[in-house]
Ligand binder design. Structure first.
Ligand code: NAP
Length: 260
């Protein structure tokens, strides 16, 4: 299947590690031009040089996405260096546990800055270029937007808003042929997830409890499995798919909880 990504300039926020890095690698394999926008310069440069040493092209733009100015500069630099923007993948985020009781109004706003505002800012600054390229957007959400989690009001409201904005932007951008979709992961083994597991006294036991509840295969989703859905959605093969929320979660959210 030809994904028609050759030469496409694909900006991936949080592209240095985890799900974002898998998306970046997948784009490079398809001869697209992934641009990593991330604050982890070491991981980003390492990934960039790995890709370049295998003959691929990849960009890196250091940015703190909680700054609207950095979002604007990331788009500007992409256009300056590569002349176009074909795809925006909004991916960076962190489940930062700003809860109802163990939080504060200020911490809640901080969580929205880490998880929501840059999704809007990147799309806002990128939309003119996407109109010119007839491009598309994929937003990475989280199952917690529809299941809740407890103790993480900021993250969950950001992820809920991301699902709503996916529909909103799909409608607003219809006249330009810009497709907008969301991918919804549940439990994916990434550096962020490993950090979370490490907060438990017995991380192996916690992981066993989590995977026991994942219907398909009783295992974590691999970052590459999220990336595969993103690659499809940004490809020419998904040319009539827009406004969708695609769950890549081994059946975690929708299948019968009584499954053993
Ligand atoms: P990850 O392993 O932490 O990788 C994310 C990358 O984004 C890191 O390099 C991180 O840098 C960077 N980043 C985060 N916030 C940033 C900011 N404000 N400015 C610049 N760079 C930033 O995370 P992941 O697990 O791949 O998660 C990716 C997305 O999937 C997130 O939106 C997350 O909510 C979503 N998701 C993940 C899971 C899961 O199970 N892993 C489940 C549902 C949804 P630092 O390391 O310096 O923070």
């Amino acid at each position: 299947m030809d994904l028609q990504l050759k030469g496409k300039v694909i900006l991936v926020t949080g592209g240095a590690k985890g799900i974002g890095a898998a998306i970046v690698r997948g784009c490079a394999v398809e001869d697209g031009v992934p641009i990593i926008v991330d604050r982890d310069a070491n991981a980003a440069r390492q990934l960039q040089s790995q890709l370049e040493s295998s003959g691929k092209t990849a960009g890196f733009i250091p940015a703190d996405l909680t700054s609207a100015q950095d979002c604007s500069l990331a788009v500007e630099q992409t256009l300056g260096d590569f002349g176009r923007l074909d795809v925006l993948v909004n991916n960076a985020g962190v489940n930062d546990r700003v809860g109802l009781e163990h939080g504060s109004p200020e911490k809640f706003v901080g969580s929205l800055e880490r998880n929501l505002l840059h999704y809007y800012n990147m799309a806002h600054y990128g939309v003119s270029a996407l109109k010119r390229s007839h491009g598309c957007i994929v937003n990475i959400a989280s199952k917690t937007a529809v299941t809740g989690q407890g103790g993480t009001s900021g993250y969950v409201s950001a992820k809920g808003a991301i699902l709503a904005l996916t529909r909103e932007w799909a409608v607003e951008l219809l006249p330009y042929g810009i497709r907008v979709n969301a991918v919804v992961p549940a439990e994916v083994m990434t550096p962020l997830y490993e950090q979370w597991l490490a907060t438990f006294q017995n991380p192996e036991e916690k992981l066993r409890l989590v995977t026991a509840k994942i219907p398909l295969g009783k295992r974590m989703t691999a970052p590459e499995e999220i990336a595969a859905m993103v690659l499809f959605l940004i490809s020419g093969q998904a040319s009539h798919v827009t406004g969708q929320h695609l769950f890549v979660d081994g059946g975690y959210v929708h299948l019968d909880r009584a499954l053993t």
